[in-house]
Design a protein around this ligand. Structure first.
Ligand SMILES: [Fe+2]
Ligand SMILES: [Fe+2]
Length: 472
């Protein structure tokens, strides 16, 4: 078991004390990070004791130590998954070569860009979620929000470690810039679109953690395959934390569905807004929105960048090492969407430039599994309705479908048809206003807002009415 050295100012399992240069760089960055955290992290709760999980080692048992912590005192640090002895590059032109322990000179710029793009999403989501604490539906949910926030902060640390340790002065400049961009800021926005959207309410947050954090899972998983070993190990450990974020999203939406169905059944009505609930039609609109903006994060269907990342051995496929093919894909093909007039068809394309689409397909299948579980809740209440993922071409801003308007069931529409219908498919101002009207804080132990059911169980074996955040 690789334990983490907490005696140092920056807890780590990367022998920081033996690398004075890196230590100095990180010690200089640390107060700037804290400034950012105090200014842009969760507003209003920095002094409160929160029942948080902290990593104390990176093996299966040790990464989950629970105790009350004030968020600014959270032990952010550098935790990499255990090295795999004799690991080799698993794909691309360097297949079979020893995994790189240092940055291959010719890939320096590309690799830095990949790390910065991933790193930028981490503080972005903290910024997007910073006002949610004030309207929490329960102490349980409040605690989960803060757990996610501190872990996204740590993910930023993970990427900054790579930049500072392996990219010299350029890396240090990028580390600074990661603290300077701001989600939604017109002049210095975050790099990716979905991370500049607002997360103004708890439904949006749960949708974000289900759909957008899941993009993170797929990006991290393909970077975990990287031939650059420090990146691979960093991402492998981040994935263990990411799983919790996805859990919060899936169970959160599941609990909203549960509550909505209870209100429909007990009130014998579809109009649960009358009862202070969230109707399934509104939930569907939020699914449509968050799913479509998250699909954009995978990039264009055909991408030479994606092909290059793969050929260079920097970014693999999801579960690359489990796949049984040549791991070079020079002659392979893959099915991608195509627009033929106003029809959506498919064609066989060369596999390498289609890697974004392949990753998106893996993501879509994963998204569908949660939707199926939500539908089981609906079915259990004998309600004849199904939540659905819209067609992949719906409401897209990047790639093939950015040029057309597509309905949720996959028909290409005229602008006029789209304009006439879009309010049925995407959240309207009235929907957002209704949602805001529900966002009243519930902070009594064991109580939950009317629009969401309690969870099946508490955190770390604690009861549901545990004092997850000490507000007094
Ligand atoms: Fe993250
Ligand atoms: Fe996350």
């Amino acid at each position: 078991m690789a334990s983490i050295d907490y005696s140092e100012r920056i807890p780590n399992n990367v022998s920081l004390s033996e690398n004075r240069r890196l230590q100095r760089a990180l010690e200089e960055w640390h107060p700037k990070f804290l400034d950012w955290w105090m200014g842009m992290g969760p507003t209003g709760f920095q002094e409160k004791d929160v029942y948080l999980r902290t990593a104390v080692s990176v093996d299966a048992q040790g990464w989950a130590q629970f105790d009350y912590v004030k968020m600014p005192d959270y032990r952010w640090g550098l935790f990499l998954a255990e090295p795999e002895p004799g690991r080799t590059v698993g794909f691309g032109d360097h297949l079979g070569a020893s995994a790189w322990q240092d940055v291959p000179g010719e890939y320096r710029g590309v690799l830095r860009r990949l790390i910065v793009t991933q790193g930028d999403t981490e503080p972005a989501s903290v910024e997007q979620q910073r006002h949610l604490g004030r309207t929490c539906p329960s102490l349980y949910d409040l605690r989960n929000l803060f757990q996610i926030n501190v872990e996204e902060g740590r993910h930023l640390w993970a990427m900054v470690y790579l930049l500072d340790a392996y990219f010299g002065r350029d890396g240090r400049e990028e580390s600074e810039a990661l603290l300077q961009r701001r989600s939604g800021d017109r002049d210095k926005p975050r790099i990716l679109g979905a991370f500049n959207e607002k997360t103004p309410d708890w439904l949006s947050y749960m949708m974000f953690t289900y759909f957008t954090d899941r993009d993170g899972k797929y990006q991290l998983a393909s970077l975990a395959e990287s031939g650059f070993d420090p990146l691979s190990r960093t991402c492998r450990f981040m994935l263990t934390e990411e799983a919790h974020h996805l859990f919060v999203g899936e169970t959160g939406i599941g609990r909203v569905v549960q509550r909505t169905c209870e209100l429909m059944r007990d009130g014998k009505t579809d109009d649960v807004r009358r009862l202070g609930g969230l109707d399934l039609a509104t939930l569907q609109k939020y699914i449509n929105f968050h799913y479509s903006v998250s699909l954009d994060l995978f990039g264009s269907e055909v991408s030479t960048n994606a092909a290059n990342f793969y050929t260079m051995g920097l970014k693999g496929r999801f579960e690359e090492s489990k796949k049984r093919d040549d791991h070079r894909l020079k002659d392979a093909t893959y099915t991608v969407s195509e627009l033929t007039g106003d029809r959506i068809t498919t064609r066989e394309a060369p596999a390498l430039p289609s890697l974004n689409e392949r990753l998106r397909d893996d993501y879509i299948a994963d998204c569908q599994r949660g939707v199926d579980r939500w539908n089981q809740i609906v079915k259990k209440h004998e309600i004849d309705l199904e939540l659905r993922l819209p067609h992949r071409g719906f409401h897209r801003a990047i790639g093939l479908f950015a040029e057309v308007k597509v309905s949720p069931d996959g028909r290409v529409l005229s602008e006029a048809e789209w304009d006439a219908k879009k309010h049925e498919w995407l959240p309207t101002e009235a929907d957002q206003a209704y949602l805001q009207s529900l966002m009243l804080p519930v902070t009594e132990r064991g109580r939950f807002a009317n629009w969401i059911a309690p969870p099946a169980r508490g955190v770390n074996g604690q009861p549901i009415d545990f004092e997850y955040v000490r507000l007094a």
